[in-house]
Design a protein around this ligand. Structure first.
Ligand SMILES: [Zn+2]
Ligand SMILES: [Zn+2]
Length: 258
């Protein structure tokens, strides 16, 4: 199992998963050139990707989709309401455009989308299952609902939003309306929210957690990690053994390989 977060945050998101021999990309929110370059760093060619899965239509998740899919002709899965919001859908090669179902099989990996609360047409997170492994990716959500908890439960590795520090957001330069949007039920999870989600779910002996989609303005990797560590420790969780935290970056790759 391999997870490589190629880019994370409001300037662009793309995550590469390898489960067994199957290579998946979740979101293409950075340019094709950057995707190619980041994949090359880990010895992967973009043409080897088996499928691209799209969480939602916001630009930071689809910016590179058009060029990437026309160049490499890989299948792209998204919810039908999400496709309706993707302007370049008509440019894509016929046959590449696929609709998500409750569960799809891609080269022996079972991919299950689940609904999340965010201000997009039909946003989703994904669980991937391969043999005994479960990986979950969930960013861009305002609240941790029961189905998000179920998606995180017993995962071996998760990519989880830890968008902002509530104090920095509140006291930062954003206009009130934007602060409300971010804090709202269809916005983004704070560092506290991410930590609380992790303490509330049943887990295997060890869970790897990428803290993702960090706000450049209202967060810092040290702060996110320290806040989450503090809350987990306060609930008796041994960080580094039961939960291993991984940072993610706007402009460089963050990896976990098992
Ligand atoms: Zn986003
Ligand atoms: Zn979004």
């Amino acid at each position: 199992m391999q997870i490589h977060v190629l880019a994370s945050g409001s300037s662009g998101n793309s995550i590469y998963f390898k489960l067994g021999q199957t290579r998946l990309l979740v979101d293409a929110g950075i340019s094709t050139r950057r995707i190619e370059r980041s994949l090359a760093e880990i010895g992967v060619k973009a043409g080897e990707i088996d499928a691209l899965l799209i969480t939602h239509e916001h630009t930071d998740h689809i910016k590179g989709l058009d060029v990437l899919v026309r160049k490499y002709q890989m299948p792209v899965y998204a919810q039908s309401k999400t496709w309706e919001m993707i302007a370049c859908r008509g440019n894509l090669p016929s046959g590449c455009r696929r609709e998500l179902a409750d569960s799809i099989d891609i080269g022996g990996v079972r991919a299950e989308p689940f609904s999340i609360s965010h201000d997009a047409a039909d946003p989703v997170g994904f669980c991937f299952y391969h043999q005994n492994y479960k990986c979950t990716v969930v960013t861009d959500l305002g609240v941790v609902t029961k189905n998000v908890e179920d998606a995180l439960a017993y995962a071996d590795a998760v990519v989880l939003e830890s968008n902002h520090d509530a104090f920095m957001l509140e006291n930062g330069p954003y206009p009130r309306s934007l602060k409300q949007r971010i804090k709202g039920a269809s916005g983004h999870l704070s560092n506290h929210d991410a930590a609380r989600a992790l303490v509330s779910i049943p887990r295997k002996e060890r869970m790897h957690v990428f803290l993702a989609h960090l706000s450049q303005q209202n967060n810092h990797p040290d702060l996110a990690e320290n806040t989450v560590t503090g809350i987990l420790s306060g609930h008796g969780c041994e960080v580094g053994r039961e939960i291993v935290l991984h940072r993610t970056y706007r402009d460089c790759v963050s990896s976990y390989v098992k």
